[in-house]
Design a protein around this ligand. Structure first.
Ligand SMILES: C[S@@+](CC[C@H](N)C(=O)[O-])C[C@H]1O[C@@H](n2cnc3c(N)ncnc32)[C@H](O)[C@@H]1O
Length: 216
């Protein structure tokens, strides 16, 4: 019962332009789908609130580049590149960043395919829901990632270290309801990173792992 009420309220809040403006400070005009942010965006936001790096790559920026814009407002001199695989979401993010007067670069790219520089900070709230065979939804990669939910984050972890500056860090957010924490920790280790910090929020099942290239 509590779970159903929680989800009902959450779905109203994350589809609300007014609440999104209150929480993120970002005005919304047009949108491609009705989920404006999720529980994982919130833990990454919490961590971004205390970081002041110069060059930030917002991987999988979604329909508003909400993390990139949030960071830009707090760090006006930073350089931000926001990336998504879907052209529609890139276009909507670009238009939305103009409405909000945030000067960030937004490009279409399958992970790092069209990224040509290194960053002090990279964040990713990847798709991590295990794909059921009969699910045919628009923008599948917003949510689903193969049978166990880890395909996209594994591909990301394999490539991301080549796009980090010296001492650069990654914030990887995952909802532990779909992929458990131990599985994430073992993937992070397997791909050659050390855990620097784990960020959580009360009543939120998502976790943000701050990680760096392993020195071992
Ligand atoms: C869970 S949403 C996160 C959206 C937004 N960053 C947020 O935190 O609210 C995941 C995003 O990653 C994008 N994505 C999935 N696979 C990708 C890939 N291979 N390369 C780039 N973006 C990808 C999806 O299109 C989607 O916008």
């Amino acid at each position: 019962m509590f779970g159903k009420v929680y989800l009902f309220i959450l779905n109203i809040l994350r589809s609300s332009k007014l609440f999104t403006y209150f929480l993120w400070g970002i005005k919304i005009d047009k949108y491609c789908h009705t989920t404006f942010w999720d529980l994982t965006s919130l833990v990454i936001k919490k961590e971004l609130s205390i970081i002041k790096e110069e060059k930030y790559l917002d991987m999988g920026c979604g329909q508003f580049a909400i993390l990139g814009q949030f960071y830009k407002k707090r760090n006006v001199n930073s350089k931000i590149v926001s990336v998504d695989i879907y052209d529609d979401l890139v276009e909507n993010s670009f238009n939305n960043s103009k409405i909000n007067k945030n000067d960030i670069q937004i490009i279409q790219s399958n992970l790092f395919d069209n990224v040509n520089e290194k960053f002090d900070l990279i964040s990713f709230n990847p798709p991590y829901v295990p794909q059921k065979k009969d699910d045919k939804v628009k923008y599948t990669k917003i949510r689903y990632s193969a049978n166990d939910g880890t395909e996209t984050m594994s591909l990301f972890l394999g490539k991301a270290k080549n796009f980090l500056s010296n001492d650069g860090k990654i914030i990887l957010g995952v909802n532990s309801y779909y992929v458990d924490k131990e599985k994430c920790l073992s993937l992070i280790k397997e791909y050659g990173y050390d855990i620097k910090k784990i960020t959580k929020i009360l009543l939120n099942s998502s976790i943000a792992f701050t990680i760096q290239k392993s020195t071992k």
